[in-house]
Every structure is written in C-alpha cells, then in structure tokens.
Write a protein that binds this ligand. Structure first.
Ligand SMILES: C[S@@+](CC[C@H](N)C(=O)[O-])C[C@H]1O[C@@H](n2cnc3c(N)ncnc32)[C@H](O)[C@@H]1O
Length: 321
C-alpha cells in the first residue's frame, strides 16, 4: 500500500490509505456463493483465487475472454511469487484451469491467450486441445530488459482461438490502423488509397498480426500502475473492438491492475474480472471510476489506431476536425 515519493510528472496510479478503504468496499468476493450467476459477477472486480471459484463460475456467458496469465517465469505479484518450472509442469498448470475457463465462453465466442517465447508452445498446446486456433499475434514491445549473453526479449505472443470457426464475431473495420505513407502513389494527380492532410500523408490499413504500434505503459502515462506486467490499454482495445460486440461481455480471469475491465468500460462493453490480490483489485476499481469520465485510450483516436509517436498529429487532427 506504500505511496512512494514520485516525480511531479509521474502519473502512476496509486492509492492513499482512505482510497484503499473506499475501493476495497467496491470489490466483491464469491465466498459462500454456491452457484455463481452472471449477475453476481457482471461489471465486477472479483477478489478471489481463481482456483477457489473456477468450478462455480457460470457457463457460456462471455463473448470474449482475454487471458494474461503468469508466464513461465519467476515473478513477484505483490507477495505472491509465481515460480518458473519445466515446460511439462507449466503445461500441467495451464491444464488445471484453461478447460474450465473455456466453458465460460459462449458458443460463438473468442479467446485470446498471452505469453512470451518461453511459454508459447505450452500455450499453443492448450489452445489446440480446447479451441480452434485461428491466429497468433506477435506484439513487439518497445521496451525489454537487455541481456548480455542473449537477445533482448522484446516480443510477446497473443494466441487467438474460437469455439466455432463458422460463427464468431470479428469487426475488422473497427481496428484499422492509420499509418504514414512512405511512398505516396498518385493516379491522375490524385492520392491513390491514401489521404493528404496538414499533419502528413496517411493510409488506413487492415490490421496485421504483427503489432509494432504499442508501447508498454510507463510512468508518464495516465494508465500506468505499479503492476509488474500491466498490459497497454491500446493492445486490449484492439482485442475488444475486434472480438466483442457493443454491450457484450468480456471476461478476464487474471485481471491484474484491471486493464481489460477498464478498456471494456471505455468501449461500452460489459466485463467481469478475477484477481487474487486485493491491492490490484483496488487499482482496478480506481481506474474503473476514472473511466466513467475519462474514456480516451492512448493511441486510439477518431475510431482508428495510430502509429507510435503520433500524439501531436492526433491532437492537431482532432483540433482541425
Ligand atoms: C500477468 S498478470 C495480469 C496483468 C493484467 N493483464 C494487467 O494489465 O494488469 C497476472 C495476474 O494474475 C494474478 N493471479 C495469478 N494467479 C492467480 C490466481 N490463481 N487467481 C487469481 N489471480 C491470479 C496475479 O496476481 C497477476 O496480477
């Protein structure tokens, strides 16, 4: 709960002791509820160990499930240490909860599962065992810790699976990318497939499965918390817009600092999230409260996803419009 001294421009979300008490009253716990209903968990931050409630969760309620589990690394999550293990042991860990989570997905629902190079083969295996994999997104994180005897780890995978390949929701129009045009081509003197603006020349493109336009949250971003593995809102926004209809339900069984729920709320979707750490749940609630008035998502403006380092252009274009 420590509230460290921070630089003035540091926007990291923290909790004062009275805020901690206030937000801890907003989170809920499923202890004592025999059969959990959708109403019990809808638009809630659920402070439970997933393993204590997994058998009592409602079935087939989620349009979209986003899972960002502990990777196969030794990592401290506010007092709980996840220990790295062999590939087989990590696969056992995944198999101990993944099939049950898939039961919560609607028959036409979609699921995304995140990981890094080291755990990705185990992730693919559980995905193949329980769903039909239809893609793997590679996210090039801007940052990564340098290694003296290895390549810097600067990418992650996001496996995309569905229950029914013939019937699943995917709205590609809502996740188009706005990219600078490197070689602007003209036909009869007019731009072909691109737009000339005061801010530069841009093209709207179909989103590929390689994502190089998203940075991990850092201290000067208003979405940042002290969570050690927080996902960027922009990344989650792409998944939600593409794979969950408006008012649909997004479920995240490893909620962390609340990114999935917060982005769902900003984009007019419903949500449910489980996280075993109380302080993380309180951060999620604080972010959810801010999302009532602050709906913006960094890097997503005017219905399109912009390239990195284009904040000034986005502001200029919004002003012009
Ligand atoms: C990789 S982090 C998720 C980060 C999240 N995507 C975000 O943007 O903040 C995984 C989270 O799962 C939580 N966790 C791990 N095991 C859990 C369990 N058995 N039940 C509930 N939460 C768990 C950890 O506390 C951690 O916050």
């Amino acid at each position: 709960m420590a509230n460290r001294e921070r630089a003035k421009r540091n926007k990291t979300i923290t909790l004062m002791p009275d805020e901690y008490i206030y937000f801890s009253q907003k989170i809920c716990n499923m202890k004592g509820i025999k059969n959990i209903t959708v109403e019990d968990i809808l638009n809630k931050t659920i402070n439970n160990n997933l393993f204590d409630i997994i058998n009592r969760l409602p079935q087939q309620f989620a349009d979209l499930i986003i899972i960002d589990p502990p990777y196969n690394l030794t990592k401290e999550f506010n007092g709980f240490t996840f220990k790295s293990s062999s590939k087989d042991k990590y696969l056992d860990y995944l198999r101990s909860w993944f099939p049950e989570i898939v039961l919560t997905l609607k028959p036409n629902g979609s699921l995304y599962l995140c990981g890094d190079w080291k755990c990705t083969s185990a992730l693919q295996q559980v995905m193949d065992e329980n769903l039909t994999v239809i893609n793997r997104i590679t996210w090039q994180r801007e940052k990564g810790r340098g290694a003296s005897h290895n390549w810097k780890n600067a990418m992650e995978d996001i496996w995309f699976g569905v229950k029914n390949v013939k019937n699943y929701y995917f709205d590609v129009e809502s996740v188009k990318q706005k990219r600078k045009v490197i070689a602007p081509y003209r036909q009869n003197g007019k731009p072909k497939g691109w737009e000339q603006t005061d801010e530069g020349n841009f093209r709207l493109t179909y989103p590929p499965n390689f994502w190089d336009d998203i940075s991990i949250p850092y201290w000067s971003m208003s979405e940042n918390t002290d969570h050690p593995t927080q996902k960027p809102e922009k990344l989650i926004a792409k998944l939600i817009l593409a794979s969950c209809p408006e008012n649909g339900i997004v479920f995240d069984p490893f909620l962390g600092s609340g990114t999935t729920s917060v982005v769902a709320k900003k984009l007019n979707r419903q949500y449910a999230g489980i996280e075993m750490n109380e302080e993380y749940c309180c951060w999620a609630e604080k972010r959810l409260q801010s999302a009532e008035t602050e709906r913006s998502i960094q890097g997503y403006s005017d219905g399109v996803f912009w390239e990195r380092n284009t904040a000034n252009m986005q502001t200029a274009e919004n002003r012009r419009k």
